[in-house]
Design a protein around this ligand. Sequence first.
Ligand code: SF4
Length: 399
Amino acid sequence: MHKAVGITGRNSLFFRRGAIIPCLSVRVVDPSKIFFPRFPMLPIVESKRPSLPANHILNWDKAAIQTWLQERGYPAFRAKQIWKWIFEGRADSFEDMTDLPKKLRQELSESLLLWTSTVVDHLESEDGTEKLLLQMADGGRIECVLLREEHRRSICVSSQVGCGMGCVFCASGMDGVDRNLTRGEILEQMLRLQRLLPAEERLSHIVMMGMGEPLANLQNVLAALDVARHPEGLGISPRRITISTVGLPAAIDRLAEYEVPFHLAVSLHAPTDELRNRIVPTNSKVGIGAILQAADRYFERTGRRLTFEYVLLAKINDSPECADDLVKLLAHRGAMLNVIPYNPVPGLPYETPSPERIHHFRRALLEGGINVMFRQRKGDEIQAACGQLRRIRQTAPEA
Ligand code: SF4
């Protein structure tokens, strides 16, 4: 991302300018490999609920669609037409695919699903931000967001139902993780958000910073992003796709091995293990040192400048000492640090720092030579903090 609009470490919507320097080298990817993950399976958290629909077409790669077509006597090229209708034509149903034979459209409608979720809520902010609360086929609920800023049309997408990382300030992790989202469910969020745009506008950026830890569902996330970046999918450059993580070193290494130059954002939130163990509990199993080493390896392998996210919590991690410790950690890395003043979540005791504290924190970082951006929160009036809308709709009767 160069000038990016997205979502913070799943705490609040953000807005930033000039955050990332574009890389000059461009990797050409073999399109024939685009729909297939190229690394061994990662452990998948299986759904605790009844099985998800097996006939979700967004979970199928092109070869599977071609096989399905050929079994019914249709030529393989129809798969390309179907794909084009879904990603470019923004078809709402198989019936909309008017250049397909009527009989095929009927068979598709009877056999396969284009949508498996329903929109439970759709909120719009005055700044153009829109948020969807989706209910998946098994009843799990997730959120996804469209952000508008000048010519950018960015989306923030969830990777899991809930989150197992347990960051103490985050609404998404309050009930733990239920399951990983499938490739199709991740793509479905992108397509639903794409359909909020007028026909002449395209999605420009994707941030995997919604509900869940993307690297805990790396296989499905990469499978969905392969489609998102494919010219016959959404056609979004990997340089405009950000994968956020709270810091899982082994999975960061897997992502580096994938050798697609996605932008990596590490949600740091604290400069010392002592403090981070308190606010990001998974840190106690890993430690900041191992996370930073993995992030450095990612940079070495991909050439993509790293970004670190830091949710600024009043009287928790906004002290001058924290700023000094951050300088020691990051100044020599040349990374970007995005600081996001906390977006309060009802029921949680954390607060936004005062403007004075924010000012002093910022000044200390700048004086320490850190490339720092302070983000403007977006969409506050639509429960923009990730997981907040889901939580409100679980605890309050629907209007
Ligand atoms: S609990 Fe999960 S979704 Fe929330 S900030 Fe932590 S990693 Fe992100």
